[in-house]
Design a protein around this ligand. Structure first.
Ligand code: HEC
Ligand code: HEC
Ligand code: HEC
Ligand code: HEC
Ligand code: HEC
Length: 281
């Protein structure tokens, strides 16, 4: 066979061979005709897209992504900072325990996280599109809008996920709380009262809360008895944002009839997808 300068012929042949191999392998794995297996097929696996991602179980995701929970942080950063010696401000909350860990492990498997939360992969991951990682970028990409599941070049939609637990402490909305918690907490807390939030939130205000499938409401209340850092942890104590989530405002017993101005457009129920599997009280 005559060879050209770039070895074109043999490359074409190899490609055809490879394509055949992939097809045969796909058929052998019992996949529908036309679906290829291998890396590309996995990357474009329907589970990454709506609607399949909405009902995917963690087991289905972990079948391919087990490393997400196994992987650990480096012992030292590339610049040489020892992990064990680095302390972030949020690690000073009372509830923080254990060594530095990855984002995924800190939300799914670390002791405090698994006590107070029940986060599944698809709580955060509502879609992925390897093509542009951008909603609305083509006719086949997911539409731009709040329900597209992820935002430009991000894996998630932070405003509907992270912000729920990492917004700021909105003392302005709380009559009787005059400033940021670290400034006023001593007015509410002493030896006997370890959790000043409960002065108001045990019986008076917004007592119907956390009835969603990704939190463990009873465990939160039990743990919170001994420190307001439990509550603050998700309501300003680890604020990555300068804004806060406009929480639904569930009616509570003896709730004042008048709705404050800021609450006029608030929903009165949690999002439907967070109520799946929740027993109604
Ligand atoms: C059949 C195997 C398979 C299944 C099942 C699967 N994935 Fe993937 N996923 C992949 C592969 C392969 C990639 C591409 C990884 C890369 O390029 O580094 C990927 C990419 C991703 C990415 C983007 C990574 C990046 O860096 O762009 C996310 C996020 C993701 N998967 C989440 C999920 C979630 C959540 C589920 C369950 C709903 C899931 N995957 C199910 C194989 C799978
Ligand atoms: C608390 C929200 C949250 C949960 C829960 C979550 N993820 Fe992620 N995931 C993210 C964010 C944010 C990123 C992008 C940041 C990064 O790359 O570390 C990401 C990145 C990824 C990636 C691609 C980047 C990488 O590190 O390889 C994969 C794959 C992935 N997640 C899979 C999963 C699987 C599987 C689960 C369930 C076991 C899961 N995630 C649960 C928020 C979450
Ligand atoms: C349902 C509540 C909740 C949601 C949603 C949530 N977090 Fe968290 N996050 C927590 C809690 C609780 C901790 C502390 C866990 C612990 O102490 O082990 C935490 C810890 C962290 C930490 C510190 C990790 C470390 O190494 O110490 C980071 C960073 C973080 N979250 C980022 C995010 C991002 C980014 C998102 C969105 C993709 C997100 N979180 C979504 C509750 C949440
Ligand atoms: C002096 C009483 C008081 C204290 C102390 C207090 N709050 Fe509040 N809180 C309120 C009132 C009043 C509201 C608004 C009630 C309403 O919806 O009309 C409120 C609302 C909230 C909301 C809902 C905000 C929204 O946007 O819907 C959260 C979350 C909250 N408080 C958390 C906390 C946490 C966490 C602490 C302790 C770190 C705390 N509060 C301490 C009185 C208090
Ligand atoms: C693991 C994170 C986490 C912890 C810990 C936590 N919260 Fe929340 N809280 C949330 C999330 C997420 C929501 C929104 C749930 C929803 O959409 O209904 C919420 C909602 C609320 C609301 C609004 C209630 C309503 O009308 O629906 C109040 C008030 C509140 N939390 C106070 C507290 C207090 C007080 C504590 C401590 C006893 C506490 N939170 C502990 C995450 C947390």
């Amino acid at each position: 066979m005559q060879k050209n300068g770039f070895g074109m012929v043999s490359w074409t042949r190899r490609l055809v061979g490879l394509a055949l191999l992939v097809l045969v392998a796909g058929a052998a794995a019992g996949e529908p005709a036309g679906v290829r297996s291998g890396y590309e097929a996995a990357r474009w696996h329907p589970l990454h897209f709506k609607p399949a991602i909405e009902t995917a179980t963690d087991e289905q995701c972990l079948a391919c992504h087990q490393d997400i929970l196994d992987r650990r942080v480096l012992a030292r950063s590339p610049a040489g900072v020892e992990t064990a010696e680095a302390l972030a401000w949020y690690q000073t909350l009372d509830t923080y325990e254990g060594a530095q860990d990855t984002l995924h492990r800190r939300h799914i498997v670390t002791p405090f996280a698994s006590k107070v939360m029940n986060l599944s992969c698809n709580f955060c991951h509502q879609g992925s599109d390897p093509r542009e990682e951008a909603p609305g970028s083509s006719a086949t990409a997911v539409a731009v809008g709040s329900d597209s599941g992820f935002t430009l070049r991000k894996m998630v939609n932070p405003s509907e996920t992270c912000l729920l637990c990492h917004g700021r402490f909105t003392y302005e909305l709380m009559d009787g709380v005059e400033g940021p918690w670290h400034e006023v907490r001593q007015d509410f807390e002493d030896e006997e009262t370890q959790n000043g939030c409960l002065t108001c939130h045990e019986e008076l205000f917004r007592t119907v809360r956390h009835g969603v499938n990704y939190l463990r409401p009873q465990a939160i209340e039990d743990l919170a008895k001994s420190s307001s850092d439990v509550c603050l942890g998700c309501h300003g104590g680890r604020a990555w944002f300068r804004n806060s989530y406009p929480y639904p405002r569930h009616p509570w017993p003896d709730m004042p009839e008048e709705v404050p101005e800021w609450a006029k457009n608030r929903p009165t129920e949690s999002k439907a997808r967070f109520l799946v599997g929740v027993e109604t009280q």
